[in-house]
Design a binder for this molecule. Structure first.
Ligand code: ZLV
Ligand code: CA
Ligand code: ZN
Length: 397
């Protein structure tokens, strides 16, 4: 049916194994793999796959996961099932529902569900595959919408994330790339990636997020958190945090994003960029509190792409599935250079079209009109930009 010509002068690859769609965190859990089904449906129905190399990557192996994660944690993930978890760890049994204490971070946010290991190995396999295609220059921009699970730690699941596919992908990139810039526009702080590369000057981590230490998960990522304090530690100043209040809009976010990202790229001089595109920073997200529209979110992708560096693009959070799919389909079109020509009206014939009925069958519904006022003042934004510029004065690319 539809087809889109390949971008001129660069190659884009799409890494997706639909096996991720077979897994569910539980009926009431906000993380819905269904958003990936809807994203795929839009990408294919618009014909965007014809402009990319598409790969169905194999699952990551235990050995591959152990390049970052602790062996005992990988072993645990590979054997734990809803059936055997209480036998293996009786201390987890709290009562009829839930777990009492956290073993490897397992609990209500990170339940043990059927096929958990296959799910983790599948989304991670796609990020590792994407990174390898960038390393051997078979691709200039590699996309894995099923990845981006930025909270996972070396031996701990956290915030819906079990295996940190981003860390594993960056470790692949570091085999060929001297400096990797990580940028995270998920509404939550990218704490797992930050922690993994806290003490190195080869990876610079930049996260934009809602910050409220007491009430908003994970409670880390203040402006002052810029790496280790010790003057001899190479990671000092190689972390940038952009803490935000509720309700930031397209204009404020674009201004901040450009004034943080551009000087960071010019100073750090990365040879590759990893962009985490968590879509819970959109307005109307079930867990988020920002006010971005699909175009406002996508402008971050366009801006990063404009530097022309090898790019790994991953998904992340996003809890209103139809809007997640709209954002990631739009961002796919940006990455293949087709955003100006794509019809904003959704294809007339496509699987699951009904899921998009509520806001009208458009890629760009108005997501600004909702409960959150913008609590970020001009002074807050200028303070952040000033702080980042002062910080960057300490580093050399
Ligand atoms: O989008 O959770 O607030 C990347 C990502 O960044 C918490 N968790 C922790 C602290 C105490 N718990 C709450 C436990 C609740 C367990 C289930 C929910 C269930 C229904 C609706 C909302 C939640 C929920 N959980 C909302 N926020 C949380 C956070 C974790 C957020 C992870 C974001 C992941 C994929
Ligand atoms: Ca973030
Ligand atoms: Zn998030």
């Amino acid at each position: 049916a539809n087809s889109i010509s390949r971008p001129k002068g660069y190659r884009v690859s799409w890494h997706y194994n639909p096996a991720v769609e077979n897994h569910h965190f539980g009926q009431t859990h906000p993380m819905k793999p269904w958003r990936l089904t809807l994203t795929k449906s839009l990408v294919l129905s618009y014909g965007m796959h014809t402009a990319m190399d598409t790969y169905i990557p194999r699952a990551a192996t235990k050995e591959e996961l152990a390049e970052f994660h602790k062996d005992s944690y990988v072993d645990f993930l590979s054997v734990a099932t809803p059936q055997n978890i209480y036998e293996m760890y009786p201390e987890l049994a709290a009562g009829p529902t839930g777990y009492s204490s956290a073993i490897f971070g397992v609990g209500d946010d990170c339940p043990i569900f059927d096929g958990l290991f296959a799910f983790c190995a599948t989304y991670t396999g796609a990020s590792i595959d994407a990174a390898r295609k960038l390393c051997n220059k078979q691709s200039d921009i590699a996309i894995n919408w099923s990845g981006g699970l930025h909270h996972a730690k070396k031996a701990e699941a956290s915030g819906f994330c079990y295996v940190n596919d981003i860390v594993l992908a960056i470790l692949q990139l570091l085999r060929h790339h001297p400096r990797v810039l990580y940028i995270d526009i998920d509404v939550h702080h990218g704490d797992g990636v930050e922690q993994a590369f806290w003490s190195t000057d080869r990876v610079m981590c930049v996260s934009f997020h809602k910050y409220d230490r007491e009430v908003f998960f994970p409670g880390t990522g203040p402006l002052e958190s810029t790496g280790p304090i010790h003057p001899d530690n190479p990671g000092k100043n190689y972390t940038i945090n952009v803490p935000l209040n509720d309700g930031i809009d397209d204009e404020g976010y674009a201004y901040l994003f450009q004034n943080v990202v551009e000087p960071t790229i010019k100073t750090f001089n990365p040879t590759a960029i990893v962009l985490q595109c968590g879509a819970d920073s959109l307005g109307h997200d079930r867990l988020g509190c920002f006010n971005l529209n699909i175009r406002g979110h996508g402008n971050c992708v366009s801006f990063v792409k404009s530097f022309g560096l090898p790019m790994l693009v991953v998904g992340g959070g996003g809890y209103t599935p139809r809007n997640v799919a709209r954002a990631w389909a739009h961002e796919t079109s940006i990455l293949i250079g087709a955003d100006k020509t794509l019809n904003p009206d959704l294809p007339e014939f496509m699987p699951h079209r009904e899921a998009f009925r509520r806001e009208g069958f458009t890629l760009f519904p108005n997501l600004s009109a909702w409960k959150k006022d913008n609590m970020n003042t001009r002074a807050d934004v200028e303070k952040i930009i000033r702080h980042v510029r002062e910080q960057l004065a300490y580093i050399r690319g």
